[in-house]
Ligand binder design. Structure first.
Ligand code: GDP
Length: 182
């Protein structure tokens, strides 16, 4: 049987992960792309992107997801990071309010550098850490509604909603792209 990764794909989509350092971006990506989770923070220089093929309806989509690989610590994310990206997962940590407050700043950056009709999913990660919660689910939901974003709480550690968050983004990108082609 052919390996899914070796098959020809119908579409290739680029998407990016953004959000403050330590919110779990690279673990969300490694969960989605490789089914792995790391307890320790990754080294500063990490993998810059990972790919996974997913089937949406009858089409095979290669999702190429870019990780900041630690650059956000130095505020050095450049416009090339966003170039060609059709989607973004904008991630905060539900146990650190400051990371939620940064969402407005990330949204501004996305609007300055990103494609105007980018699909954005607001992600509240670390939902497993219930006792340390600093951001209520409702707050995330309200922000998403106000900014017309999709919203999901995830746990990369417990693998909760990770697949759903990426698939929501990929499916919406697919919808927008095919509408544009037709
Ligand atoms: P990044 O800097 O945004 O890429 O964040 P990392 O993926 O490196 O994660 C930062 C830290 O948070 C690491 O120690 C991870 O093990 C931890 N972490 C990431 N996701 C979760 C999660 O869903 N739950 C818990 N409890 N810890 C997480």
């Amino acid at each position: 049987m052919a390996d899914l990764f070796d098959e020809e794909c119908d579409y290739l989509f680029k998407a990016v992960l953004i959000g403050d350092s330590g919110v779990g971006k690279s673990n969300l990506l490694s969960r989605f792309a490789r089914g792995e989770f790391y307890l320790d923070s990754k080294p500063t220089i990490g993998v810059e992107f990972a790919c996974r093929n997913v089937k949406v309806r009858d089409k095979l989509i290669k999702a190429q997801i870019w990780d900041t690989a630690g650059q956000e610590r130095f505020r050095a994310i450049t416009s090339s990071y966003y170039r060609g990206a059709l989607g973004a997962l904008m991630v905060y940590d539900i146990t650190r309010r400051a990371t939620f407050e940064s969402m407005k700043k990330w949204l501004r950056e996305l609007r300055d550098f990103g494609n105007p009709d980018m699909v954005v999913v607001l992600v509240g990660n670390k939902s497993d850490l219930i006792r340390s919660r600093e951001v209520a689910r409702e707050e995330g939901k309200n922000l998403a509604e106000a900014e017309s974003l999709c919203f999901m709480e995830t746990s990369a550690l417990e693998n909760l909603n990770v697949e759903a968050a990426f698939l929501e983004m990929i499916t919406r990108i697919h919808q927008i792209t095919t509408q544009r082609i037709l």
